[in-house]
Design a protein around this ligand. Structure first.
Ligand SMILES: NC(=O)c1ccc[n+]([C@@H]2O[C@H](COP(=O)([O-])OP(=O)(O)OC[C@H]3O[C@@H](n4cnc5c(N)ncnc54)[C@H](OP(=O)(O)O)[C@@H]3O)[C@@H](O)[C@H]2O)c1
Length: 272
């Protein structure tokens, strides 16, 4: 039998890919004790899997007709499309003084506060949190207090950097926060493929990663991209030729289009 407390300090609603990562990291960092945690998911099958992973926590599922547990803090980690299924019960069963942190992409804090009638901070984080390299943007609903916001910020700075932004930037920040690791990985993968074809080397990803690592270190230390570009690109040299091609091919415009498509989708997801 798990040694769970009767009154959990935190309830996780949903513990899929990102939810499980958060739980594992916070337990590892001793932010909560496993016995203070209650995880509530949809299916019996997922609940059984999670019981093996988090055997000291209480785990229930909607499929087994378990009602929503009560706690001072809820972390909402279901998909945005699943929000409508749970919002009413959550609004009714959560304690009056409960505070909510949502990691759902696309649903703004003011909308969540409207649904729950309680304060909500939305944390747009990303999968880099598993290596403590996440960039998290936080958005507060109107009735969130500064201590609740600080609490959320503290929880997410454990995984990297956290910034508080106004709600009108929500869709754009969702696109940059949640999705940007995928775009960077895609770029690294594409460059690795080119290197592998051109130089016939097997460890082309390591090669590209070293170039990224070096460039990031240099930028972090010198903090002046304009000057660094001038230093590297000798007039009339090959770097200058490559930079000219980047400009002629309008790569920045293409990247902007990728960003716009992604943030438009984030905006739409919130409306569905
Ligand atoms: N993955 C990422 O890198 C990433 C990045 C940024 C933001 N996000 C956001 O994080 C959230 C979770 O994403 P994910 O990738 O972790 O999703 P996921 O793997 O599909 O997990 C969804 C979780 O919600 C549970 N759930 C569904 N309906 C429920 C209900 N009615 N009651 C209780 N639990 C329910 C599911 O339980 P069952 O397994 O039993 O169905 C599952 O545990 C999303 O809102 C997404 O927008 C994710």
């Amino acid at each position: 039998m798990p040694s769970v407390s009767k009154n959990p300090k935190v309830v996780f609603l949903g513990a899929g890919k990102l939810g499980s990562l958060l739980i594992q990291s916070w337990l590892k960092d001793k932010v909560f004790k496993a016995s203070e945690l209650h995880i509530h998911v949809k299916t019996k099958k997922s609940a059984q899997k999670l019981k093996k992973l988090f055997h000291k926590s209480k785990i229930t599922s909607a499929e087994e007709k378990a009602s929503l547990p009560q706690a001072p803090l809820y972390v909402i980690a279901v998909k945005p499309s699943q929000w409508n299924e749970i919002k009413e019960e959550l609004q009714q069963k959560s304690p009056t003084k409960a505070f909510f942190i949502s990691i759902m992409a696309g649903i703004k804090p003011s909308q969540l506060e409207n649904d729950l009638k309680k304060p909500v901070v939305v944390a747009m984080t990303n999968t880099c949190l598993q290596v403590k390299g996440a960039l998290t943007t936080l958005f507060q609903s109107p009735s969130t207090t500064s201590s609740q916001l600080q609490r959320a910020k503290k929880l997410f700075t454990r995984f990297g950097t956290a910034y508080v932004l106004p709600e009108e930037l929500f869709a754009k920040a969702t696109a940059w926060g949640g999705s940007h690791p995928a775009f960077i990985i895609w770029i690294i993968q594409s460059l690795s493929q080119i290197i592998s074809e051109e130089l016939k080397i097997k460890n082309s990803t390591d090669w590209i990663l070293q170039i990224f690592e070096g460039a990031v270190k240099l930028l972090k230390e010198k903090k002046d991209p304009e000057n660094l570009l001038k230093q590297i690109a000798t007039p009339g040299g090959c770097t200058e030729e490559g930079l000219k091609a980047l400009s002629e091919l309008k790569i920045q415009d293409s990247l902007r289009k990728v960003f716009e498509k992604c943030s438009n989708k984030a905006e739409q997801m919130g409306k569905n």
